[in-house]
Write a protein that binds this ligand. Structure first.
Ligand SMILES: Cc1cc2nc3c(=O)[nH]c(=O)nc-3n(C[C@H](O)[C@H](O)[C@H](O)COP(=O)(O)OP(=O)(O)OC[C@H]3O[C@@H](n4cnc5c(N)ncnc54)[C@H](O)[C@@H]3O)c2cc1C
Length: 351
């Protein structure tokens, strides 16, 4: 592998923020990855694994260690006839961690495999999808993940984690824990169904179907992918036009009793059931209707005009600019609702 020095990271993150990596390497297969890990070990360097850089705010000081950009590709399909462990009427699709997520979803939809269609147009790589258990329009990736293959950064051992071992929850998994961060994901196996109804339960999709007067026969798997792409294109900024990392905060989950108390003050506040005695509140609603952040701008950093959960870099915003605005938003939500907003986007500094 070719290890480069002092590589600016702003072009490798969708926020377009980040100073230099002391060392930087692109890995295209397991052997490259092993070489990169040995290099880091010999030099005693901390490691950061980079996919598409679409869920991070990289430090303006960069990363004083080795950044490994994962470009391990390859997609294979296994049927029951090839592998008896594959359940009836499903295909096991195994994808390299460096495959681009949305192109991968497109490939599964073209093959008429059900399960990932509502996760269309999410930026990033296949390898990062299990890390925060990506989700959108009523689906989380955890429902399709059969296994995650990963290499231990120190021992070089290649391990396979079952779905249960990944310990998925809302925008969270084992791979976000200190133990999980010791691994580099190399491949992910997904179980996708041959026959199913596409998932159109989410209200935005339902609304779209009504507005476009679509009949049930029109709602094919490909159509659901197209609908999601259309909705997302109108609602979210394109990473081609703006620096952004998508939703900056998670939707808070609070006790029902607290929600009922908040309703006295904010009678229109929406909610969704989130387990026994818990409800999930759309953070965007609070940031827009309670704090008035939609479209707010401070110099080169701001809140997207169509979605109050999305922070945007309009040009030369720094890590500090983004963090300051995020702190302001967290403080307002706390003051007005007593809810603690948690970040979805990860801050990356040297360690
Ligand atoms: C416009 C926009 C819309 C978005 N919409 C959604 C959405 O609807 N739903 C959603 O869930 N997310 C969404 N996101 C967030 C983001 O796209 C996802 O979290 C995505 O999975 C990140 O992939 P990535 O390859 O860019 O990861 P990166 O940002 O490069 O990395 C994210 C984290 O994963 C780790 N990581 C990456 N690859 C590996 C690997 N191979 N092994 C181990 N760790 C690894 C990194 O170290 C880091 O900790 C959106 C982002 C944008 C910019």
């Amino acid at each position: 592998v070719t290890i480069s020095e002092n590589v600016l990271l702003n072009t490798y993150t969708t926020f377009r923020i980040g100073g230099p990596a002391r060392f930087f390497v692109v890995v295209k297969n397991i052997l490259d990855l092993t070489d990169a890990l040995v290099f880091a070990q010999q030099k005693g360097l901390p490691i950061f694994v980079l996919g598409g850089g679409s869920n991070i705010v990289m430090s303006d000081n960069g990363f004083d260690g080795l950044v490994i950009k994962n470009e391990i590709t390859g997609i294979t399909f296994q049927e029951k006839a090839d592998n008896p462990d594959v359940p009836e009427n499903t295909t096991l699709v195994i994808a390299g961690a460096g495959e681009e997520w949305d192109a991968f979803v497109g490939t599964t939809v073209e093959k008429n495999l059900f399960g990932l269609e509502t996760l269309s147009l999410i930026p990033g790589t296949v390898g990062a999808a299990p890390v925060q258990n990506i989700g959108a329009y009523g689906t989380e990736v955890k429902t399709t993940v059969r296994f995650v293959e990963a290499m231990h950064k120190e021992t070089g051992e290649l391990c396979t984690f079952t779905n249960a071992q990944c310990d998925f929850s809302y925008r969270n998994s084992f791979f976000k824990t200190p133990e999980g961060k010791k691994y580099v994901i190399t491949r992910v196996g997904f179980i996708l169904k041959h026959h199913d109804k596409p998932n159109i339960s989410y209200r935005d999709i339902q609304k779209y179907i009504e507005e476009h007067k679509l009949a049930e026969v029109d709602i094919t798997l490909q159509k659901v992918r197209d609908i999601v792409i259309d909705i997302r294109t109108n609602k979210l900024p394109s990473v081609k036009d703006y620096g952004t990392a998508g939703s900056f905060f998670k939707n808070p989950i609070i006790p029902k009793a607290e929600y009922e108390a908040l309703l006295q003050q904010y009678p229109m506040m929406p909610h969704y059931p989130a387990g026994e005695e818990l409800v999930k509140i759309p953070a965007a609603w609070i940031l827009d209707n309670v704090c008035g952040f939609k479209g707010y701008r401070e110099g080169d950093v701001g809140v997207y005009k169509n979605q109050a959960l999305v922070l945007v870099n309009y040009g030369n915003a720094t890590e500090k600019d983004v963090k300051n605005l995020a702190e302001k938003m967290i403080a307002c939500v706390k003051e007005k609702t007593n809810i603690n907003l948690e970040r979805e986007v990860e801050y990356i500094s040297e360690k």
